[in-house]
Design a protein around this ligand. Structure first.
Ligand code: G
Ligand code: G
Ligand code: MN
Ligand code: NA
Length: 250
């Protein structure tokens, strides 16, 4: 697989990059964090989306070094910010198959000096279904470090609602496919409203993803959504742009 070969080389040569997408607190409009998103500019193909190369990395095992690099880079970056903003990092299910994941997280926090409560790790529902007991043990160990856990792409997978009680999540992220239909598609609107009510009754934090319009944001605010993320609030930006975003008043 040509992409696999090139990705291995790009990782070894330090040619991957992280971009950071702002996350806003809905009631105050304040910037409260960023999600780290891997970016790869291939010398010949141009930009390759993580939607394409993350699955390749998962198949060939490169997701372990890639995931480690993303965690280290994002935590080192966040430790330099002139604020308490949190950093959200995506983890692949394959990273949970290494027994050392909680130790890796602990080591990265120690080496970067990032306080544990400023790190949030995002996992998808697939993790919970595949190897439930192992996933639960690893998530509990990570949680004991003081790191927050978020369930990403909520509503798109096949995890049952009971997982929300069994697993120690702090937050759910409403998948952007539901947010997209807010205010125009009755079913999508009902689903978003139901997820917001669910998060309130389970006392979980909630972030709406894919917020692209003022109308989305107004509806989310009216329904009591806690946090929002999407192109309306900001596209993913390189690390060099973060300082100005954090120092500009909201
Ligand atoms: O940034 P973009 O929307 O193109 O990301 C596409 C997908 O790639 C998303 O599902 C996102 O979670 C995933 N992704 C981006 N960066 C990382 C990463 O560092 N690790 C993992 N596991 N997934 C990532
Ligand atoms: O699966 P995950 O939630 O980690 O994916 C994040 C991806 O969503 C990133 O690739 C990011 O570029 C993309 N994204 C972020 N905000 C928006 C948005 O408002 N609209 C769309 N279409 N994609 C978005
Ligand atoms: Mn995510
Ligand atoms: Na998501």
């Amino acid at each position: 697989h040509a992409l696999e070969h090139d990705l291995g080389e790009a990782l070894a040569l330090g040619q991957l990059d992280l971009h950071y997408q702002p996350i806003m607190d809905c009631p105050t409009g304040r910037l409260v964090g960023f999600e780290a998103l891997a970016r790869w500019h291939h010398p010949v193909r141009g930009p390759v989306s993580p939607a394409e190369f993350v699955p390749v990395a998962e198949e060939c095992g490169l997701i372990l070094p890639l995931g480690r690099w993303a965690l280290e880079t994002a935590c080192a970056e966040a430790a330099t910010w002139p604020s308490e903003a949190c950093i959200a990092v995506n983890l692949s299910p394959a990273q949970f198959r290494q027994p050392g994941l909680p130790q890796l997280v602990a080591d990265v926090l120690r080496s970067t000096g990032l306080p544990a409560d400023r790190l949030e790790l995002e996992v998808t529902e697939g993790l919970l279904v595949d190897d439930t007991d192992r996933a639960l043990a690893a998530l509990a160990a990570i949680k004991r470090l003081g790191v927050r856990l978020a369930l990403d792409d909520f509503g798109t997978g096949y995890a049952s609602l009971s997982y929300l009680r069994r697993f120690p999540f702090d937050r759910i992220k409403i998948d952007r496919s539901f947010v997209k239909g807010l205010g125009c598609d009755a079913d999508a609107t009902a689903i978003v409203t139901a997820i917001l009510a669910l998060s309130r009754s389970l006392q979980l934090g909630v972030t709406a993803e894919g917020v692209e319009t003022e109308r989305h944001l107004a509806l989310l605010r009216a329904e009591g959504c806690q946090r929002a993320q999407g192109f309306l609030l900001g596209r993913p930006v390189p690390a060099t742009r973060i300082r100005e975003l954090l120092t500009v008043a909201p």
